[in-house]
Ligand binder design. Structure first.
Ligand code: HEM
Length: 454
């Protein structure tokens, strides 16, 4: 396979064959980093291959990924790219809108993520996290991931919906299952409405989510004049553009479905990775505990911002395992990346994950070493796009600051309540069929600590 170098203008990208129809989908699902590395070594930063039955251009390494994120000639559209991966299940969520329409909705939604609002959300999160963690029963082999998933969905509904009136005590579990079904359809090869298949479960999940948010929307609209809330759902209902028009009911439901998925799936895996690494590196666990020792159980946003070691650990965990390893695009016109031609209508996989592990940017890349982000080292500064867990360009994560506050708050409260360890020979069991998650639930040996909450 001939490798193209930047400057080989007007040449098509090298083509890497895989199995018929599925192409490289299975190698990705089995071991994405290995697949990316092999492709990068063999074909370079821009290549072509088959995924999910379609021809894709694959971008690897910070130069190529950075070019697509920057999108200088507006050739890369997000909606049709992500739509191919996530199907109709997150249709018209902010990430799936493009160009003018995306710009208008994003400007409206930014209203819900200003610093004063974040401070308010953080204040609401503290007691909710405390109440949930107080129900955790410590013990050996505690499965962190499902417990965190329940917690973060609960937090997201409280903060972004102002709480949810549940039709039954199990309704939030059903909503969680529906989100899981929608996310897991991402790598389904059979994409037909057949009950019992991944696709069929996702269709049923989307219906349940539309019904759930539609029911709550009626309540929010009814409240608008008398006592409007300051949660995101209420803010979306109240938003008005310069011409005085607001968002339609269907748009609000679509934004809420996408946002709640974005808000809880990604923070769950981030906190789960942090627990996994702190369990294997007790010196870092203690360092974080000491750093926050003087803080109350529910610190405010400024206090959380000041926790530097927490920042280092979170950044390193997002480097090792970015919750969104790949972002999807589709070209709306002919373009080029690093001098390699990409025709209009092509699906494009922007594989951010590999850039986090390339030894030319990160010395000893597989080592957990949070200090690499410390002021005296700043290895992430070596390339503008070497560390991109939140993406870049106009679609850069809208919830980044919220995620930082939420993750730090949960980790802080965990450190006060528990100590935990992960066995030195523990082997990760990540599932990459959708967003990554630990197939074994991420077991840790969890022990309660004596607490003094004076
Ligand atoms: C550690 C946690 C998180 C990570 C790693 C993460 C990652 C990402 C990435 C990579 C994108 C860009 C996708 C693309 O370019 O196609 C994105 C977009 C987005 N994220 Fe996050 N996210 C996180 C948490 C959150 C939270 C907590 C929220 C909501 C409160 C959120 C809301 C969004 C939204 C609305 C978008 C779409 C932005 C747009 O298209 O304009 N995310 N996120």
């Amino acid at each position: 396979m001939q490798r193209l170098e930047p400057g080989d203008l007007d040449r098509p990208a090298p083509w890497r064959r895989g199995l018929p129809f599925v192409g490289s989908t299975l190698s990705y699902v089995r071991d994405p980093l290995r697949m990316m590395r092999t492709r990068y070594d063999g074909c370079g930063a821009v290549s072509e291959g088959v995924f999910l039955g379609e021809r894709w251009t694959v971008l690897l390494g910070p130069d190529a990924c950075g070019a697509a994120l920057k999108n200088a000639d507006k050739a890369f559209a997000s909606g049709p790219g992500w739509g191919k991966v996530v199907g109709p299940f997150f249709d018209r969520g902010l990430m799936l809108l493009d160009f003018e329409e995306h710009h208008r909705h994003r400007r409206l939604m930014q209203e819900a993520f200003t610093r004063p609002r974040l401070a308010g959300y953080t204040a609401a999160l503290g007691p909710a996290v405390a109440a949930a963690l107080d129900t955790w029963e410590a013990g050996p082999g505690f499965r962190v991931y499902p417990a965190l998933k329940e917690l973060t969905l609960d937090l997201a509904t409280q903060v972004f919906m102002g709480g949810a009136d549940l039709a039954s005590p199990d309704e939030l579990d059903e909503v969680n299952e529906a989100f899981i079904a929608c996310v897991q359809a991402a790598t389904a090869l059979v994409r037909l409405p057949i009950p019992g298949t991944r696709w069929g479960r996702a269709l049923a999940g989307r219906r349940l989510l539309e019904e759930f948010f539609g029911r709550h929307l009626e309540g929010k609209r009814a409240q608008q004049d008398s006592r409007p809330g300051d949660d995101l759902f209420s803010v979306l209902c109240a938003l008005r553009g310069v011409d005085g028009s607001g968002l339609s009911d269907a748009d609000i439901v679509a934004h809420m479905i996408f946002l709640l998925m974005a808000a809880h799936d990604t923070s769950t895996i981030t906190i789960s990775t942090i627990m996994r690494q702190l369990g294997a590196h007790p010196e870092w666990q203690q360092r974080l505990r000491d750093e926050a020792a003087g803080l109350p159980d529910c610190p405010d946003l400024d206090q959380l911002d000041a926790l530097e070691s927490f920042d280092l650990v979170m950044k390193e965990c997002l480097r090792l395992l970015p919750p969104v390893p790949v972002v999807a695009r589709r070209t709306v016109k002919d373009t080029e990346v690093l001098g390699v031609r990409i025709p209009a209508g092509r699906f494009v996989a922007v594989m951010l994950h590999l850039g986090h592990h390339l030894p030319e940017y990160w010395p000893d890349p597989e080592r957990f070493d949070p200090e690499r982000f410390a002021r005296h080292r700043r290895e992430d500064k070596v390339h503008r796009h070497a560390w991109e867990p939140f993406g870049g360009g106009v679609h850069k994560c809208l919830g980044m600051a919220f995620a930082g506050a939420e993750v730090k708050l949960v980790v802080h409260q965990l450190l006060r309540r528990f100590e935990w360890t992960v066995d030195a020979d523990y082997r990760d069991t990540m599932n990459y069929r959708s967003l990554p998650f630990p197939a074994d639930g991420q077991p840790v040996d969890l022990r309660s600590r004596e607490r003094n909450f004076a």
